[in-house]
Ligand binder design. Sequence first.
Ligand code: ADP
Ligand code: MG
Length: 684
Amino acid sequence: MIDFEKDIRYIKGVGPARVELLNKLGIYTLEDILTYFPRDYEDRGKYKLIAELENEETVAFRAIVTSKLTENRIRKGMTIYKTIARDESGSVILSWFNQAYIKNTLFVGKEYIFFGKVKKGIGRIEVQSPIFEEIGKEKNTGKIIPLYPLTNGITQNVIRNIIENAMNEADGKFLESLPQWIIHQYKLCNINFAMKNIHFPNTFEDFEKARYRIAFEELLILQTALLMMKYSVKMDNRGIKFDKDEKIEDLLSTLPYKLTNAQSRVWNEIDSDMKNEKCMNRLVQGDVGSGKTAVAMLALYKACKNGYQAAMMAPTSILAKQHYLFLSKMLEPFGIKCELFTSEITKKKKQELIEDLKNGKINIAIGTHALIEENIEFQNLGLVITDEQHRFGVRQRGLLSFKGTRPDVLVMTATPIPRTLAMILYGDLDISIIDELPPGRQKIETYAVRRNMEERVNNFVIKEMKEGRQAYIVCPLVEESENMDGLKSVIEQYDYYKQIFKDFKVAILHGKMRPKEKDEIMTKYKNKEIDVLISTTVIEVGVDVPNATIMVIENAERFGLAQLHQLRGRVGRGKFKSYCILKYDSNSDVVKQRMEIMQKSNDGFVISEKDLELRGPGEFFGTRQHGIPEFKVANLYTDMTILKIAGEASKKLLEADPSLLLEENIAIKQKIDKLFASKEFNTI
Ligand code: ADP
Ligand code: MG
């Protein structure tokens, strides 16, 4: 038996400095490092002839160095080393920047394996900074090489070496975590084969087997956990019958607009659910700007007019406040008292609110996850609405419902979820779709541009701001956590744009700021005390600033299309023509196609469908979007088949052993407990 909990410092190749770096990657124990799976693989085991090399491909080939290395100092701090190598089919130029060690490691007349990216010009082939190893002394070539997600200070070779050492210790000693009948029935490979081959496969076939097994297990565990949760809350399905006629027309006549057909249809579906004795459990999907809030308002009104309290939960305090302002303005004339619950209210005020809510003086509580705190009680909670559901953990939705006695439940989301997936995630939820935007909505004019258009883009933003409009500039990350070429951090961008837009008020907004700070910035932006906001995706969710007409998205190729679409929905909310500019930095055809979709379509459902088609299996897609934990290997979109099969298995598993008490199921039970305790499962 080996101790998988053993600290990584005891693994060969890990000194004190590396311990710290590994910790930064979330790796603390032997088990952590062994389950730190590759993000991709390079096939350095298949060799091509030089004549077969294609432009832009990253590939291995064998060649003899035929000319002496030249050293060329092109400017201070920049030296280029070049040589030529050939095989029987042709020759290739090899070049390296600033890598002086090449001088002492590469020799004329010797044969090497080279691996690098090919650049083909007219009559010449060049490979820049290839890695190379002498034939017969291959260590990092000659086979399939795993590539790991990195942090600054650790290279692929270092982490691969550590994982190799860890694997040497653990090889053959992994304990089987699935019962034998599942392994047999679903033709899975055993855990030892899987662990070895997910890291160091000899063939891609072996890798697929390993990957299948690990993805299967992850999806089995998730679905078993969801089923156990469902069984534990599913008692009686009878809920509240909201059968008083609340005269919804009175409220509708005070709205400044008419409901769209889609809004009316969805409202009718909700209305008949609420009238019915059966507990409502409905998911409302609607593109950004489709008017979900108005529909929610009708349901809230109905619940209150029937004598019940209601709650509406939003993922951010900015959004909660926006809902509060709208709902209180609309509903208080009808004698419905709304209050705002966020973590920012003072203790004293909060105490008052808690009292008033408990004794029924407040009809509607609007808030963030502050609403699910333990000391919040309702007198008679009849309706629970969760806005932008994908931002919450699976469990939070449930927690709010527990504050009432089988209240009706409505969840709203702008993320188009494929139906099969929704069924698995939301199980018994009914689904309504608002598939129409309010009339007069202008298409957000979208342009995808390359880096070299930067100046023109900036001038365009300035022109809009001179006309009194406001702008968003969105960057992919807060910090450069990975070494990705050309990806600038939001803070760097902020410094840059402060110069560019020096005649305007520029501010920064990102997820690492305190909620109160974020709120202040957003409020200032809303009040037009800020002209341009440099931000990460924290602005993604529902905030309404009608004067904002232009959004520039940096490194747009780094985002999922559904996310780009949601981001873009922040502009085009007022009477002014609005623009979205996607700056991208890639030659890939898929990226170009994705950008084209964004330019052509303004329909979130079309966009996400197309995105699914285009997205290759290697590309990761945030499962975070749906409030469920990230998987290490499985992908909820591309692994739909495994998802289904593992779903069957989890049903069988629970039929045979509902509480997972059997010896053979203990490992699964432990993993589920860990999942229930995890941050992703429980928080935003
Ligand atoms: P989302 O579905 O993204 O939450 P909102 O509820 O925030 O959308 O609505 C977006 C905007 O559309 C709001 O400014 C709202 O006032 C407006 N709106 C909603 N319904 C209609 C309608 N039927 N006609 C015109 N404008 C509408
Ligand atoms: Mg909304």
